[in-house]
Design a protein around this ligand. Structure first.
Ligand code: NI
Length: 137
């Protein structure tokens, strides 16, 4: 974090009341941290929108006993090796697997990977957490 700068803003009283309730529910202890996080979220969203280099994680759940599924997922992984940093595989039970794929690259490539994995028959759920490389925010 750079140097801290204080500033004051004028805001609708009712909105501030709602915001303070929101930040209490989210367990923030200061308004500053809550506002800072919202500002960073906006900047991260902008990075994704503008096609900057971003990071994230894809989480998928699938049944490994489905025919050909593991081979298909491996093929997709190799095709996208440039954006995949690491993969963690957890055996949830006898049949179900949870995979966490850490990614870094362009939003287009990461979203293409997410789409390919999600559309693969046998994948039960696939989500993408969009975050930042942290360099610009
Ligand atoms: Ni497994």
């Amino acid at each position: 974090m750079g140097k801290v700068r204080r500033f004051s803003i004028s805001i609708d009283r009712e909105l501030l009341k709602k915001f303070d309730k929101y930040i209490r529910e989210k367990e923030y202890t200061t308004r500053s941290k809550a506002v800072e996080d919202l500002m960073r979220s906006a900047l991260v969203e902008k990075e994704w929108f503008e096609g900057k280099e971003v990071a994230g994680s894809i989480v998928l759940v699938y049944n490994h006993t489905k025919r050909e599924l593991v081979a298909k997922l491996t093929d997709i992984g190799h095709h996208f090796h440039e954006v995949i940093l690491s993969t963690q595989h957890i055996h949830l039970d006898e049949d179900n697997c949870l995979e966490i794929i850490a990614v870094k690259g362009t939003p287009a490539k990461i979203e293409e990977l997410r789409n390919r994995l999600r559309a693969t028959k046998g994948v039960k759920h696939c989500s993408l957490a969009m975050t930042t490389t942290g360099r610009e925010v």
